[in-house]
Ligand binder design. Structure first.
Ligand code: SF4
Length: 323
């Protein structure tokens, strides 16, 4: 285990990797940092961080020459912006490979955008002097190839409420998956895992969610060790699709259906109104969810009570308040 995970202060927090400069370490090319208060103050209440700077790890030091991605012939290389024979491609890839042990123990990773080492997408790649924004930082690309299901997000995108909620939700789901693996996965555990996340999947894409339902139901003749990684990768790809308001409305109405015999006329109207106001963007998602939780406390339903859709992450993060 890493020292962060063993520290009693951080024992109950989920460990996630982070580009060092985003948590205030003075590791940027000019000796500065790009500290994010949101990461440290808000996310820091629930997550502990494993900072890592690949450019420092390969010995570039500070201050240092900046590097860029460039397509040279058929190869993508990371080279010096001024010194073309400074080529750190292999060093960055090897550095990511050397971190596999702790990458295996984390539940997510927040990377710095635009970096030729850390960026997750749309990093500038030079063809001669002409950049195109279609690259991935070499360290992050290697890590994502090694761990395709690991939730990875750029810190800049965490400012978008939908992307932020989606990332944090994937981190918690990935943690539950790792816990299930540690307990020993079997078909019964996987079926239960899927049932508890099904409504979340439908809120991202109902058609693909139902496709995964059918695939899982038909997969039982395969060895679970073969199928489980495929299932996880599909689940995580599906969850990368942003959850639209209209899909949430469909899920809320589906959940409301479980209360149709229990609620009186006034309660039904109040619930319908709150879903409609959410649909119109007049209320955040937390309002109909809170009302539903209230009704299911009075009229418990095992399937809904066990669904993570009703409580995808700690309320204190207030992520549903901005959706
Ligand atoms: S290599 Fe990554 S962690 Fe290091 S300064 Fe650049 S963006 Fe930050």
């Amino acid at each position: 285990m890493t020292s962060e995970a063993a520290d009693p202060e951080t024992r109950d927090k989920l460990l996630i990797g982070v580009s060092s400069c985003r948590v205030g370490e003075m590791v940027r090319f000019d000796g500065g940092h790009k500290q994010s208060r949101y990461i440290l103050d808000t996310l820091g209440r629930f997550f502990s961080f494993r900072p890592f700077c690949p450019e420092m790890a390969i010995g570039l030091g500070v201050p240092r020459e900046t590097i860029r991605l460039a397509d040279i012939g058929s190869q993508r290389r990371a080279i010096g912006n001024k010194t073309a024979d400074l080529d750190v491609t292999d060093a960055l890839i090897e550095s990511a490979q050397a971190q596999r042990n702790w990458h295996q123990q984390i539940y997510g990773y927040i990377v710095k955008k635009d970096s030729p080492s850390c960026g997750m997408e749309r990093v500038r790649v030079y063809h001669g002097e002409q950049p195109q924004r279609n690259g991935i930082g070499l360290y992050t690309e290697t890590m994502m190839r090694n761990f395709p299901a690991l939730p990875v997000e750029e810190e800049g995108r965490l400012g978008d409420p939908v992307l932020r909620e989606g990332f944090i939700k994937r981190v918690f789901i990935y943690k539950r998956w790792q816990d299930m693996l540690a307990d020993g996965i079997d078909w019964s555990a996987l079926t239960e895992f899927h049932a508890r996340h099904k409504l979340i999947l439908y809120s991202h894409n109902q058609e693909l969610g139902r496709g995964l339902d059918r695939e899982l139901a038909a997969a039982h003749d395969q060895p679970i060790e073969d199928y489980a990684p495929r299932y996880l990768n599909q689940l995580m790809q599906l969850l990368k699709i942003s959850a639209k308001r209209s899909n949430h409305v469909n899920v809320l109405e589906h959940i409301r259906g479980y209360l149709k015999k229990e609620l009186d006329k006034d309660d039904k109207k109040e619930l319908s109104d709150s879903i409609e106001k959410y649909r119109l963007g007049l209320l955040p998602l937390i309002v109909p969810i809170t009302l539903l939780r209230h009704h299911f406390r009075k009229y418990p339903n095992d399937y809904i009570d066990r669904s993570y859709y009703m409580r995808p992450h700690p309320d204190e993060l207030m992520l549903l308040n901005s959706l």
